[in-house]
Design a binder for this molecule. Structure first.
Ligand SMILES: [Zn+2]
Length: 252
């Protein structure tokens, strides 16, 4: 069974919660039997110039040092418009596996034609996935993410946190659009995971914890407690995200 956390964060010392070194994280992952983490800079690592340039460079180095253990997603502040698109293109060319968007942190609607679509266009061109923070009624509501998914059916899109209290919206978006997945980090509970499998299908559900802000143990336990088969749990705990990452690698 492959065990991969589909949504974590990684910041350098002073720019994110510890552990801040890849060695400390790998020691933790080895201890609990975790194969890999999909990871991106935390909000805390944004620089005074409001970019994630430094944070992205840090995380890319971590990935280069330990390929196969870390799958890095670049964070982009889309308000830089043309420059943001260039940053995204450069990140994808340099080996990032996709882009993490946080519509609330950077204050933009998830489905902005002006700010978001040109960046998703680059992900479509180079190959990769998009992880959206979700869970509030405003900029990151799952239905806005569904609008992005409908316009870019080739790009795998993950709705973070299973939409939190908007989990039924997140689940229906994942059911309607073949390219939409949900991650379980900070999700409201075991019943939300069971509902996601029932409506959207087990292949659409990705275990995640938002580590180190969230707890790997707690979010793994939510999957383990769900009324699902062993096969379904194995897919959620890593099989599904591995399949998505393998497809990206194949197409590149
Ligand atoms: Zn996140």
């Amino acid at each position: 069974m492959v065990y991969i956390d589909a949504h974590t964060h990684f910041g350098m010392k002073g720019r994110g919660m510890p552990p801040n070194t890849p060695e400390e994280r790998i020691a933790y992952m080895d201890r609990i039997g975790m194969d890999a983490m999909v990871t991106s800079p935390p909000y805390a690592s944004i620089s005074p110039d409001r970019t994630y340039d430094e944070a992205n460079a840090f995380i890319l180095n971590v990935q280069r040092k330990y390929p196969g253990r870390f799958y890095a997603l670049a964070r982009i502040n889309p308000h830089f418009r043309r420059r943001a698109v260039e940053k995204a293109e450069k990140a994808l060319r340099n080996g990032f596996w996709g882009i993490k968007f946080h519509p609330r942190n950077e204050a933009f609607p998830a489905n902005s034609r002006e700010l978001v679509f040109p960046i998703v266009e680059k992900v479509k061109e180079y190959g990769g996935l998009i992880l959206f923070h979700s869970g509030e009624a405003d900029f990151s509501h799952p239905t806005l993410i569904g609008d992005v998914a409908e316009n870019f059916p080739e790009v795998p899109i993950i709705i973070g946190h299973l939409g939190k209290i908007y989990y039924m919206d997140a689940i229906l978006i994942a059911k309607w659009f073949d390219n939409v997945y949900v991650d379980t980090s900070f999700c409201v509970g075991v019943h939300a995971i069971e509902k996601a499998v029932e409506y959207a299908g087990v292949e659409k559900v990705l275990y995640a914890s938002d580590y180190p802000q969230g707890s790997v143990e707690l979010d793994t336990m939510k999957v383990k407690l769900a009324d699902l088969s062993r096969r379904d749990k194995a897919l959620i705990l890593g099989g599904n995200v591995k399949r998505i990452l393998d497809e990206i690698e194949k197409e590149r």
